[in-house]
Write a new protein. Structure first.
Lengths: 379, 272
């Protein structure tokens, strides 16, 4: 561990607030919802003394749209919610995607559609995070499994949002949000913070959505002389409405800037995967139990391995494909009906068997359940 | 090209998207004059939602943001709060403002955040082909009220007043000079300023509601039916029926949200 810094016992939602502040977030709009409320409460308390703005909005729609305004005002902005609010936010997530507006949205998932199970954990929004808004676009989603990761992934979310000019979703769940555990907070000068790039050309030559060679346009703030055209319609490089090839070029670029950079964006954690015949692919709080199960299996002589997906979107297909080529079976425990299992199946391309372990009762898997599945014929 | 247009308009966006006889171009001109006369071009940004009138936001030579239907006010709030010196102008239609964006309208007005909100009221969903709007008169026949509208029309100025707006004004595009004055006052007003502009839509509301697509007749219809308090006072109760008041209705000074928010930050910094 690096020197300096502090160690605190905090729940994931509190660690998320610390991460946001460390990343430079100075604008938060949100609407009360469980199990995400502590994030809003922490922001309400901590932002104003840090020179930031907290506003409790009329709903989640307004919350995420306000982020887009604030981000174009030059500030780093975040909101947090749970499934029902995340559903309402899709309007603004689409806006942030097409206007390439950096912002961070934390979804502390609860179970079920509609009002769902308000105080139970779930991973039911993994596809909503990827496909929730209309039309084709790509974004980034991260899945923390501990309070420490809530802190670190929130910082990472801001950095990715600024780097790729995209909404970044932190897909937490009720367990991660409310578990109190040790968090190490490094000193500020040891935290890498990325800021959006600024134009290299004079204002008269600047086009609002003209990308650099990396596919990402620079982003000046409003009222700094660039005559910005920020428009939610499909547009050309000037920011005027476009159809046909120009429109197709935008949609292709919005997708490519994320999918083609999956190698740089995607992060996974591997444990005993080299010689494992059974791999548990997991993410979020389920990874805590999966790790225990894999360690227990190893102690008992089973060749089990763990692939923990820190990034869910873009999907770490390359990493999944690599372990699928070596393994006989992949188990995918998740607190939904088996969503990421479908992605794992696609990425593994039939190289090995993919077995979903869905969980829908508002509880996390226990290690013994995963261990039993590992033992179900993999020696 | 007129020198005003060269100074204030984003000329590469021309010609306008508006139909012949539409009132929206008059609002563009009066807003351009207001910005020019106040000398604030560099401090202005404009926002629009969805609908013909929301396109007004795209015609000025300033930073603009055009967002999904009904959502201009929260985006405007984000821009105002991040720089209270910004002059934030929002162009919205009656459907955009009081139907799909109604909740944002109520709460932005209630916060009394310093925005100039110019709502164009053509009493109909024009761009999508003439569907009934919250502002459509009761009984009117449109493509989605083929047997006559059942609900009464919404009065956006009364809604703004009840919600807490501190500047409220209503004019029509047949009152261009009064409208110019109202827009200037709205921009200068330190709080939530709401200007409703009744704007004719020959293609849709003219056809379906007023019974004429002739722009001249629609101007006459506005002149006859949208009258000031002085004009109203001269009429008998029977003659007042169906007529709507225009005028500058309210200009009150109350605590403003963006200023208060930044005052809090400054106070907490001093206390540290």
């Amino acid at each position: 561990m690096a020197t300096g810094g502090t160690i605190k016992i905090m729940q994931g939602n509190e660690a998320c607030v610390e991460g946001a502040l460390a990343a430079g977030c100075r604008f938060y709009t949100g609407y009360p919802i469980e199990p995400a409320s502590e994030i809003a409460e922490g922001m309400a308390r901590q932002l104003p003394p840090a020179g930031g703005i907290f506003v409790q909005m009329e709903d989640e729609l307004a919350s995420v749209i306000a982020l887009v305004g604030a981000s174009w005002g030059g500030w780093k902005a975040m909101t947090a919610t749970s499934g029902p609010g995340f559903c309402l936010m899709q309007d603004g997530i689409g806006l942030a995607a097409i206007t390439e507006t950096p912002c961070v949205i934390v979804d502390v998932q609860r179970g079920g559609p509609a009002s769902g199970q308000s105080t139970a954990p779930s991973q039911g929004d993994v596809f909503q995070a990827r496909y929730g808004a209309n039309g084709d676009y790509s974004l980034i989603a991260l899945a923390p499994s501990t309070s420490q990761e809530m802190f670190e992934f929130t910082i990472k979310a801001f950095n990715l949002a600024e780097r790729y000019r995209v909404p970044v979703i932190v897909l937490a769940d009720e367990i991660v949000a409310h578990t109190r555990e040790r968090v190490y907070i490094p000193p500020a000068d040891q935290i890498a913070v990325v800021n959006r790039k600024q134009p290299a050309v004079p204002p008269a030559e600047f086009l609002t959505f003209k990308p650099d060679a990396d596919g990402i346009p620079p982003m000046p703030a409003f009222n700094t002389g660039y005559k910005l055209c920020v428009i939610s319609q499909v547009h050309n490089e000037k920011g005027f409405r476009a159809k046909g090839k120009e429109g197709a070029a935008l949609i292709r670029r919005l997708t490519d800037k994320i999918e083609k950079n999956a190698g740089a964006i995607c992060e996974v954690e591997e444990l005993y995967t080299e010689d494992a015949t059974t791999i548990v692919v997991c993410y979020g709080s389920v990874a805590r139990c999966a790790r225990r199960a894999v360690k227990d299996a190893r102690e008992q002589g089973w060749k089990a391995g763990l692939l923990k997906l820190n990034t869910l979107w873009p999907f770490p297909a390359k990493q999944v494909k690599a372990v699928a080529a070596r393994a006989q079976r992949i188990l995918v425990p998740e607190m939904n009906i088996g969503r990421i299992a479908l992605e794992v199946e696609r990425a593994s391309g039939g190289a090995c068997e993919v077995i979903p372990l869905p969980k829908l009762d508002g509880k996390c898997h226990i290690p013994a359940e995963i261990l039993a599945a590992i033992k179900g014929g993999c020696r | 090209m007129h020198s005003l247009a060269q100074r204030v308009l984003r000329t590469e966006q021309l010609p306008f998207t508006f139909c012949p006889g539409c009132g929206d171009g008059i609002v563009v001109q009066m807003t351009a004059r207001a910005i020019d006369e106040l000398g604030i071009l560099d401090r202005v940004c404009t926002l629009g939602g969805v609908g013909c009138s929301s396109w007004i936001a795209t015609y000025f030579n300033v930073d603009f943001m055009k967002v999904p239907h009904g959502r201009a006010l929260p985006a405007a709030m984000g821009l105002k709060l991040t720089n209270p010196e910004r002059k934030v102008l929002v162009f919205t239609g009656d459907g955009d403002c009081v139907a799909i964006g109604g909740n944002h309208f109520i709460h932005a007005a209630h916060r009394n955040i310093d925005l100039a909100v110019i709502m164009l009221n053509n009493q109909i969903y024009g761009m999508t082909g003439g569907q009934v709007a919250p502002t459509t008169p009761a009984g009117a026949i449109t493509v989605t009220s083929p047997y006559g509208k059942i609900e009464p029309p919404f009065d956006a100025c009364e809604l703004a007043r009840a919600a807490g707006a501190t500047f409220i004004s209503r004019w029509t595009t047949a009152h261009p000079w009064q409208l110019l004055n109202a827009i200037k006052k709205a921009i200068q007003h330190p709080g939530f300023a709401f200007v409703e502009v009744v704007s004719p839509c020959p293609a849709q509301s003219g056809l379906y509601i007023q019974g004429s697509s002739d722009p001249v007749q629609l101007v006459e219809w506005m002149q006859q039916n949208y009258i000031t308090q002085e004009e109203m006072d001269l009429l008998s109760p029977a003659e007042r029926e169906g007529r709507t008041l225009v005028g500058d209705f309210l200009a009150a000074i109350r605590p403003e949200f963006a200023a208060r928010t930044h005052e809090l930050i400054d106070r907490l910094k001093e206390e540290k």
